[in-house]
Write a protein that binds this ligand. Sequence first.
Ligand SMILES: [Cu+2]
Length: 157
Amino acid sequence: MQSTVFSPHEINRRANRARLARVRGDRAAGGFPGTPATLTPAASGARVHEVRMELVNGKYRYHPAALSLKAGDVVRWVNVSGGPHNVAFKREALPAGSAGMLNTAMKGRVMDLGGPYLKDSLATYDVSFAGAPPGTYPYACTPHAPVGMVATLIVSP
Ligand SMILES: [Cu+2]
């Protein structure tokens, strides 16, 4: 029996293609949850955690709504459906010392601790939590916070 050995590059390429197919498939099915992916880039060792931004059965949500990560990891939000969406933290609810780090880590901010609006299908927004103080980081989608699009990150050292 023949076995096929793939290079690390090919394995990554295939994993990314499978991930994209899964996200698209979930969207086609109405945004029902699959298992959000956690990817490990070879170089840094930092884990990348996906959070979907979506409209499911008339309800706007982040999925997962609660995510645990380690300082140094990356959170990647994906605009799956119902956008535009963004990510906005509340300064007064954050762990001490985290607001400055977040404002630096959040590219293209449109407000204090608020990221840009994702409009394109499957657009992503990455935030590195390198140097993030441990604790609980509640956040919300600016346009959809009033209808309950809120979530929490739990950062451990
Ligand atoms: Cu939203």
